[in-house]
Structure formats: C-alpha cells, structure tokens
Design a protein. Structure first.
Length: 229
C-alpha cells in the first residue's frame, strides 16, 4: 500500500498555521507582503490539491478496513488545497493594493473573503461530521507493526479520540471563520485563528512523527522485527 499522508499532514499543518498568521495580520491591520504569502499559499495549496484529489479518486489507502482514510484524509485536503490556491492567486493579483495603505488593503481582503466563507463553513461542517465518525466507529487504530502508535492499537478509542479531536478543532475554526464573515462579527476571527493554530501545530507534529512511525512499520513488516519505539 502506497501512502503519503505524512506529507499531507505536514503540509496541512503548515497551511493552517499560515492561514492563522495571515488572518492575524488582517485583524491587526499590519502590512502584508503579498508576493511572499502568495508563494506560500501556492506551494501548500498545490501539494494538498494534487495529493488530495489523487487520494479522492484513486483510493490508495486500501485493505484491512483502512479505506475510510481515503475519505477522511483526501477530500478535506483537496478542498483546503483549492482554497489555498485561491488565496495565492488573489494575493498575487492584488500586489499593487497590498503595496499601498495597509488599512485599505486589509479591509478589502476581508471583504473579498466573505463569499469564500461559505465554502470554508461547508468544509468545517464536513470536518465536524468526520470528527464524530472517528469516535463513533473508533477509527484510526495503528497496526501492531507500527512503532509508537502501534503500542496503543489495542485501545482503538484512544486514537479515535485524538483524531476526532484534531478534526474537530479544525472544524471549529472553519465554522467560526464562516460565522464571523457571514454575520459581520469580526471578533470571532481571532478565535478561528487560534483554533487553527492549535490544529496546525498538532497536524504538523503528527505528520512529522508519521515519517518515523510509518518507515518503522514497513521495516518491521519487511524484516520481521518488532521495534516498538
């Protein structure tokens, strides 16, 4: 089975942290380097869109009841990637605007984000349902061959709560973002940013750890070893 959810998780974590940081710039009306941010959103968005779409349409995660990962990982990644690419295009095209008065540029950017809030809210709703699904069906338990995570595989509820909580935090940020923009309550944007900071940090660390645990899993399977850490 070919998997690449390590890169997806790391990129999603970086993307969430970037969006939160960018949102803080907008809230505080501080100057924004639109070219730099366009490059960041372009790179993270392209990776997530390509890998998310490939997961969504080819279902590379298969066997052993792991098929749910194609839905839980691939589809949100594709949606998030598309949004990041939109941000990259917008920031690149509005370079002249962001080179001028920061107050005007940031206010214009927030206004432009209002329609986007509809899709962000829709993805947030989907993530919230996925969070419930993880817990309800106790999904996500690592196989015994996987170092670290595999030590807790006999407690499926534990990883289900972890993944459900992670998806839930990201969902909370998305729903707050949508409500803030669509109901003109900008104060909620700060809470959305903090939810994405928490979710981004956890996604980043979790994805980085998976580079170790997944390689260790394949090593254990190939060599018949039992490395647990």
């Amino acid at each position: 089975m070919i998997v690449y959810n390590e890169l997806v998780a790391v990129t999603a974590g970086a993307g969430l942290l970037g969006v939160a940081w960018f949102l803080m710039h907008l809230i505080r009306r501080t100057p924004i380097n639109s070219e730099g941010w366009a490059a960041f959103f372009g790179v993270t968005g392209l990776l997530l869109l390509v890998l998310g779409l490939h997961t969504t349409v080819t279902w590379p995660f298969g066997g052993g009841g792991f098929e749910y990962a194609n839905i839980a990982f691939g589809q949100p990644a594709a949606g998030f990637g598309a949004l990041l690419l939109f941000a990259a295009v917008y920031l690149w095209r509005q370079r002249a605007l962001f080179a001028g008065d920061p107050d005007e540029a940031n206010a214009t950017a927030l206004a432009a984000l209002k329609p986007v809030g509809i899709f962000v809210g829709a993805l947030g709703l989907a993530m919230a349902v996925l969070a419930v699904t993880f817990v309800r069906f106790q999904l996500g338990a690592a196989p015994p061959e996987e170092p670290i995570s595999g030590r807790f595989g006999h407690l499926p509820l534990l990883e289900a709560l972890f993944l459900g909580g992670l998806w839930g935090v990201v969902a909370l940020g998305a729903l707050l973002f949508a409500v803030a923009l669509l109901t003109d309550r900008p104060r909620l944007l700060r809470w959305a940013a903090w939810a994405w900071i928490v979710g981004g940090v956890v996604f980043l660390l979790f994805g980085a750890m998976n580079f170790y645990t997944h390689i260790g899993m394949y090593y254990n399977i190939e060599h018949g070893t039992t490395h647990r850490w």
